[in-house]
Design a protein around this ligand. Sequence first.
Ligand code: NCD
Ligand code: ZN
Length: 339
Amino acid sequence: MEEITLLNPLDMHLHLREGEMLKNIIDFTTSQFSGAVVMPNLSTPITTTQLAMEYKEEIQSSAKDKDFMPLIAIYITDALNEEELKTAKNNGIKILKLYPKGATTNSDNGLAEILTPQTLKIFEIAQDLGFMLSIHGETGGFSMEREYEFGPIFAAIAKDFPKLKIIIEHMSDHRSIALLEDYENIYATLTLHHITMTLDDVLGAGLKPHHFCKPILKTPKDRDMLLALALNAHPKVSFGSDSAPHLEKNKLKDNGAAGIFSAPNMLAMLCELFEKHDKLHNLQAFISDNAKTNYNISKLPKKAVKLHKKHTAIPSQIRLIQNNIIPLNGGRLLQWSQA
Ligand code: NCD
Ligand code: ZN
């Protein structure tokens, strides 16, 4: 196939940041996607409806494409309560985001313990009000085992709250796939980096801080089994880039920041990948249809993105006033480009 049109592409896990960073990166996403689930882990986390509404306005006023639909998730802290959840619901918020304390970038306000009476109450209200629960599922254990060790927590929540839709964000470990089969209410997002790279791309041939992210990239078996889920557009799986920009200087320092900036040329990269495996016909489901069904998304600004087989280069850096951001595969020549 030489050409493909993708209808309403959706990025179900995206970091847009704020201020100058937001202004410099937002159009990479809005030029390709109809909407996105925008993560709330700003330096002041989005913990209330009020903050979410202000953030939504900042996003929409920073974007060229005003039709872009940001679905802001609310960051769960110990202070979240029923009243706030009702307000969120009344204002169209659909998703709550759970970060274990300290698991990733800006997660200091996350939950120190997950299955406490207080959080179980929140899950119950969330279930009653019809929220979806998006989870960064990692324990504080050994890096390569963190997601697997979190498995019993996913299972416990899924079992106790069978009507609460739970999303395993950026699934990275093949042992998590069983949870999709075992629990009707467990779903997942997949990033491009976890389905195409392994730990060797971080440290197998010199240290590559721009490939350092949470959860850490894993083994060839993990990559291949997760890639198969994406290529076959498993109905409980949707695309979530987890594009997470950091300034180059913050990636390179000690305690370097976790996060891969993958937004530029994302759809072209996905076309190249799906075509290579003769699965281009499944890309529409992976990039939009599954998400529309599973997240009950009905009203979407209509967007048809045409891509064709024509070489294009991924920018090698994005210049901000003080420093750069280095995109995933920066400088690489792609077979596909957006028409
Ligand atoms: C993300 C970020 O930088 O905000 N980092 C990452 O490594 N993925 C946070 C997250 O999604 O874990
Ligand atoms: Zn993320």
